[in-house]
Write a protein that binds this ligand. Structure first.
Ligand code: UDP
Ligand code: MG
Length: 318
């Protein structure tokens, strides 16, 4: 018996959308995406990844998939987080070009056409750079800005500032991403690391259409630490650097103490200085251990080699 060739026919464009409690946005999102791709006149697929939503997101997506064969969905077994949801989606795309877009319509679907056009002019990655971010609170804007600047200054991979994951990438880049097995995903860093010709298109970010952000502060902090530890050894260097500086100062203080004790005989029972140096050194040591711990934690995660995600249900046939 000859095996049947089940490889799906070539598709020009895949659109990956991670969804976490997005019931308020699914319908509008679908309508706007549909309008865009229809106008573009290319063959396409939608890959909706339900990241363990606790609302009706999955039901809505399944309903769409029954009405429209372009709609493929992946239902993850629980909430794995945005980056892994996107990765799961990418793993199951077949398009020659793949768009990553948020479900909450903060990334305007209408930008997909210019992104696609730009990609055709000889690039492998075209990312969408946000000019403005209305409707986001000041703390989020400040921390995001700070994070991108810090990251840019301590890593030698040039990760573009003020861009999220909204972008279009070529099949080549998708395949390269699949070769990167790290568990703590920081896709925009990984895509920069991959290289090839990359460029950007600028846009004004919209407000969230409905529902609430699924990115809690703890999820943002985790993403930030993942980004830094995956693309920079600077924190480790910082730990040893501060160790040297503090030891240097401590050495000088020691000389001074000996000098006062034996030469000038001018000394006080040094309770204050003793306490200060003990506390200070203790603090520096804890920081250093903490930083090393962050890296070791990630090492052990990768050594475990667990699958990145588990799929509960999907209508995609391999
Ligand atoms: N998201 C996800 N898993 C999560 C959190 C978010 O798949 O654990 C999705 C969410 O549905 C949206 C995108 O990731 O499509 C961006 O999330 P959100 O809009 O909440 O983040 P923000 O724009 O506030 O940074
Ligand atoms: Mg959002």
């Amino acid at each position: 018996m000859t095996p049947v060739n089940t490889s799906p026919k070539r598709i020009a464009l895949s659109i990956v959308v991670p969804l976490y409690n997005e019931e308020a946005n699914v319908e509008t999102l679908y309508q706007r995406l549909k309008a865009v791709v229809d106008k573009m006149g290319v063959s396409y697929e939608f890959v909706f990844v339900n990241d363990g939503s606790r609302d009706r997101t999955l039901a809505l997506v399944q309903e769409l998939s029954r009405q429209d064969s372009h709609v493929r969905y992946i239902d993850l077994s629980r909430n794995f987080g945005h980056q892994i949801a996107v990765t799961a989606g990418l793993d199951h795309t077949v398009g020659d070009a793949v768009v990553i877009i948020d479900a909450d319509l903060q990334d305007p679907p209408e930008l997909i056409a210019p992104l696609y056009e730009k990609l055709q002019t000889g690039y492998e990655v075209v990312y969408a750079k946000r000019l403005s971010r209305p409707g986001e609170n000041v703390a989020k804007l400040m921390t995001a800005k700070l994070f991108y600047r810090i990251l840019a200054s301590i890593t030698n991979v040039s990760i573009p500032v003020d861009t999220g994951d909204f972008r279009i990438i070529s099949r080549k880049v998708v395949e390269a991403l699949k070769l990167m097995p790290e568990q703590n995903k920081f896709l925009r860093g990984q895509i920069s690391w991959i290289g090839f010709r990359q460029t950007f298109v600028e846009y004004d970010r919209a407000q969230r259409a409905g529902g609430e952000t699924g990115y809690t502060y703890s999820k943002m902090l985790r993403l930030a630490i993942d980004g830094i530890t995956a693309f920079s050894d600077f924190p480790l260097k910082l730990a040893s650097l501060s160790g040297f500086v503090v030891s240097g100062i401590a050495f000088l203080v020691m000389l001074y103490t000996l000098y006062s004790r034996f030469i000038t005989h001018n000394y006080q029972p040094g309770w204050a200085s003793l306490m200060i140096s003990i506390l200070f050194l203790g603090g520096v040591q804890l920081i250093a251990i903490g930083i090393i711990g962050e890296y070791i934690g990630r090492l052990s995660t990768n050594v475990r080699q667990r699958p990145l995600y588990l799929i509960a249900d999907t209508n995609i046939q391999e």
